[in-house]
Design a protein around this ligand. Structure first.
Ligand SMILES: O=C(O)C(=O)Cc1ccccc1
Length: 301
């Protein structure tokens, strides 16, 4: 049976996301985001499930860096989870002095902690579930976790539905080694990472290649290129599928200008259909290509 390596241990938000995408596959927890990617690169798992962005805290940098470095991986599916937290303690704990969680989780409950546990010190853990494990082992007094962790660990629920920002969401990717692409649906996302030259207008030129082909950009993040201070990579998410003419044409144009890595085309979890700019449908591209062929073969003045 094929396996999905997910950012664990058991009881993370990522496990919840992986479960929603599993389709009968076996789920295998691994300790870090790079380890989940390494499991796919090394062939121990067919797929990896990792968080990629959060509506409050922004990009998950370990995922972005892991996608840009090492051998290529592509996103073949995504999941979008509402993020509200459960606070767990050991049964019998009277005073909470330390609260542990993943930094993204701590950042999303800061206000709640100030109001409800003002004396407690916060401690970063590698994941929300790793914090729950540490509480079980007596290392910290409380953990801020995913709801599923309350069923996974023998801890007491101190609070549920905790979220400073209502309607916070996290998006997760299912990653594979490059192979057959998911079929286009009309509501797809294409992701790339581009390393531009450091000169005036280089980024503007990349974005113009997209804009002039009627492509809507949904996310842009910059990450430093390690060992090269002051140099950045740009992670771009765009609406559409590489099988569509405007997207393929834009990627070819970007490839001529700079170093580009394709990170996948897959259906959007929210089902939002791609905006297609004027004169940018596949039919518009096909008609224009037919006209050029005619010109080249002397059939058109
Ligand atoms: O630590 C987890 O449970 C994760 O899956 C990462 C995460 C952390 C905080 C919000 C959403 C996902």
């Amino acid at each position: 049976m094929s396996r999905i390596a997910y950012f664990g241990p058991a009881g993370t938000f990522t496990e919840q996301a992986a479960r929603s995408l599993a389709d009968g596959r076996e789920l295998v927890p691994v300790e870090t985001i790079p380890a989940a990617m390494a499991a796919v690169r090394g062939g121990e798992a067919e797929l990896a499930c990792v968080p990629v962005e959060n509506s409050v805290e922004g990009p998950v940098t370990a995922t972005l860096d892991g996608l840009a470095e090492d051998s290529p991986l592509v996103a073949v599916a995504e999941a979008l989870l509402p993020v509200h937290f459960t606070v767990l303690t050991r049964p019998g704990t009277e005073t909470v002095r330390t609260v542990a969680s993943h930094p993204h989780a701590l950042a999303q409950v800061r206000h709640w902690l100030e109001l409800n546990l003002p004396e407690a010190t916060t401690v970063a853990a590698s994941s929300t579930a790793a914090a729950a494990v540490a509480v079980c082992e007596g290392e910290y007094d409380a953990a801020v976790t995913a709801p599923v962790a309350a069923r996974t660990y023998p801890l007491r629920v101190l609070a549920e539905g905790v979220a400073d920002v209502p309607d916070a969401r996290t998006r997760f990717l299912l990653l594979a080694t490059p192979g057959t692409l998911p079929a286009p649906t009309g509501a797809d996302r294409t992701s790339i990472v581009a390393s531009t030259a450091n000169r005036t207008g280089a980024l503007a030129e990349l974005l113009t290649e997209l804009a002039s082909r009627g492509i809507n950009l949904t996310r842009i993040d910059a990450r430093p290129i390690k060992g090269n201070f002051g140099f950045y990579r740009f992670f771009l998410d765009i609406e559409g599928h590489v099988a569509e003419a405007r997207i393929g044409d834009a990627l070819a144009a970007l490839k001529r200008r700079c170093d580009v890595r394709f990170l996948g085309s897959h259906p959007r979890a929210d089902g939002v259909r791609a905006t297609v700019g004027e004169m940018a449908t596949d039919e518009d591209f096909a008609e224009a290509a037919t006209w050029v062929e005619a010109v080249r073969s002397g059939r058109q003045a």
